[in-house]
Design a protein around this ligand. Structure first.
Ligand code: GDP
Ligand code: GDP
Length: 454
């Protein structure tokens, strides 16, 4: 049988990679209180606006999935950044700068009842350099009489102001049409392979330091107040820039919510962990280096392995690890991590920031492996050498033969072995070990499945 035949057999087993087409990204910017959140909620079609009226509350950059007229896009809410050392104008200009480089279109919101302020002008100055389309929205135009006033906003140099009332929904359909017209079909490639930032889940047992690490990564070392009386925020992701690349940390609202641990919450927490893993491409499993690996850690690891996601092991609280503890760990890890010998280990401290910058390269390695494909030719020439040196053990008086192999899919990489008889689990593990010795795949699970042909 020739290779092309087998190639098409491989295709039969190829998973649907499950990846939606890349979605373009819309960023919403503007100074505080102009109605950005209200507008974002309007775009998302939420009935109840999620608006934070509490002064001084910092929202992170968050990403939401939006759908209009059958087209999907991501809305990046850059939130109400607090004034930095450079003052409000500086902070908002920085936000605009960020939006410009990380999105496919920018909506800048201005309060039409106030008119153009110095801060609006600072933002506009930045956005006039934008290579991506910019839509100037004049918000709070709650009735027609205000439309005439919006003419003064032409002075911002961003073209025609688009009058809307985010609060009442006035003109919002037209705005969405304009947004869709401005957004390209597929996103620009600053985000990585698929267009959108790659999705990361940060998981681990309670108190291992998940929210501390997230705060460290987002560069915010203070508690983020994220629930304001009377509002419920949908599960929301955070966009985090690490090592020059954007990452989408999934369900971080859940991490930060600090649900009070009452009865039954462990079950709830594990569902939540599972959901986060499922929606991610790569998982950071956080372990407490100062403590022995616990049953709960193993449960999380099992979930990750079963999910087929790429994985990075981060040993947190490394600042508490002394010589003795380091020695004790060696044997613990051998036993505890038997299922993930392929995962990269990074020793970090969310508290001190130690080695936190090693996470991004490890995530990249893991994702590259997860996406990696070995050609059928390469695979079979490797396999025939392997089988010649170490044939599968005889079983029931018969020598099973491995006829052919093909990589049926990626994410996770799945190898199908076509055989003439049953292959023992031990031999399958041997094949996987040897496969990794040759082809690497660090950070990604590899699945080996066997098809017995008569
Ligand atoms: P952000 O800080 O830019 O995100 O602004 P918010 O969305 O939190 O809105 C600030 C305030 O403006 C809130 O009290 C909103 O209810 C109000 N607001 C937002 N949009 C409109 C609008 O279209 N008309 C009116 N009258 N008020 C609005
Ligand atoms: P979470 O429940 O996984 O989100 O854990 P938290 O982030 O709330 O952290 C739990 C506790 O561990 C807090 O008291 C943190 O200050 C502490 N902690 C987190 N990371 C570190 C670390 O790297 N070193 C030390 N010594 N303590 C840490």
């Amino acid at each position: 049988s020739d290779e092309s035949e087998w190639d098409s057999i491989g295709d039969e087993f190829a998973d649907d990679d499950g990846e939606a087409t890349p979605k373009p990204v819309l960023a919403v910017v503007g100074r505080p209180n102009v109605g950005k959140s209200t507008l974002v909620n309007r775009i998302l079609g939420r009935r109840e606006a999620v608006v934070q009226d509490t002064p001084g509350v910092t929202r992170d950059r968050v990403a939401y999935d939006a759908l209009w007229n059958g087209r999907k896009f991501t809305v990046l809410d850059t939130g109400g950044w607090e004034p930095s050392a450079d003052g409000l104008a500086g902070a908002v200009a920085a936000q605009a700068e960020y939006a410009m480089t990380h999105s496919d279109a920018v909506v800048v919101v201005v309060d039409a009842t106030v008119g153009a302020t110095a801060t609006d002008e600072a933002v506009s100055k930045v956005l006039r350099r934008s290579k991506v389309p910019v839509i100037l929205v004049a918000n709070k135009v709650d009735d027609d009489r205000l439309i005439a006033d919006t003419a003064s906003l032409w002075s911002l140099g961003l073209g025609e102001p688009f009058p809307v009332s985010a609060l009442h929904g006035r003109n919002s359909g037209d705005l969405l049409d304009a947004i869709l017209a401005a957004l390209p079909e597929s996103p620009k490639d600053t985000f990585g392979v698929q267009g959108g930032p790659r999705r990361v889940a940060l998981v681990g047992k309670p108190n291992v330091g998940k929210s501390s690490l997230l705060n460290r990564l987002t560069g915010e070392n203070r508690a983020v107040v994220d629930s304001v009386a009377g509002t419920t925020v949908d599960p929301v992701d955070s966009i985090v820039e690490l090592d020059g690349q954007l990452w989408r940390f999934v369900d971080t609202a859940g991490l930060r919510k600090r649900v009070n641990f009452a009865s039954g919450t462990e079950y709830y927490a594990s569902l939540r962990t599972k959901a986060a893993i499922e929606s991610a491409e790569v998982v950071i499993v956080l372990l407490d280096a100062s403590d022995p690996i616990a049953e709960q850690d193993l449960r999380v690891l099992t979930m990750v392995v079963d999910s087929g996601r790429a994985c990075v092991l981060a040993f947190n609280k490394w600042d508490l690890v002394d010589e003795d503890r380091r020695h004790a760990m060696v044997r613990e890890l051998e036993r505890g991590l038997v299922r993930v010998p392929w995962a990269e280990k990074v020793n970090v401290s969310a508290l001190t920031g130690r080695s936190v910058r090693k996470l991004a390269p490890a995530l990249r390695t893991a994702l590259n492996s997860w996406d990696q494909r070995v050609s059928t030719g390469q695979l079979n020439s490797w396999l025939s050498d392997l089988v010649a040196a170490t044939p599968p053990p005889v079983r029931g008086g018969k020598q099973p033969k491995i006829l052919f192999a093909t990589q049926a899919s990626t994410r996770p990489p799945t190898i199908v072995l076509f055989t003439s008889g049953f292959l023992e689990a031990g031999y399958r593990r041997f094949v996987e070990r040897k496969f990794r010795e040759t082809f690497g795949f660090t950070g990604s699970p590899v699945r080996i499945s066997v098809r017995v042909r008569e």
